[in-house]
Design a binder for this molecule. Sequence first.
Ligand code: AMP
Ligand code: ZN
Length: 116
Amino acid sequence: MPYTSEDCLFCKIVAGTVPADVVHRDEHVVAFRDINPQAPTHVLVIPRRHVENLGALAEYPEELADVVALGASVAEEAGLEAGFRMVANAGELAGQTVFHAHLHVLGGRRMAWPPG
Ligand code: AMP
Ligand code: ZN
């Protein structure tokens, strides 16, 4: 699988050809605000590498660790120590709509369980 996919929205955000409210970018990962936020803080953390979902990123453990670590630091930056949620939808039945791995970081309100 090539590092980027031509017709992928999140690859375009990584490349900067589609605008996003980017909160962090470095060598392996990019974090930006979700366009349709489901909580007061809703940030997506993605690897620069194009893979279909977060599980597939396990092939690249350093990049997977960077995604999770950035998720935690985004939550800390946002002052979410009282609680936050990291979510990774995998597959259409789970509600995945963008097939480039991403971790949702949600917080700033009480979360329900089980998720819908
Ligand atoms: P998922 O449904 O888990 O695949 O999550 C995809 C997320 O991407 C959704 O929460 C969308 O609101 C979000 N999204 C889609 N397009 C954009 C965009 N251009 N900028 C930021 N977030 C986006
Ligand atoms: Zn992509």
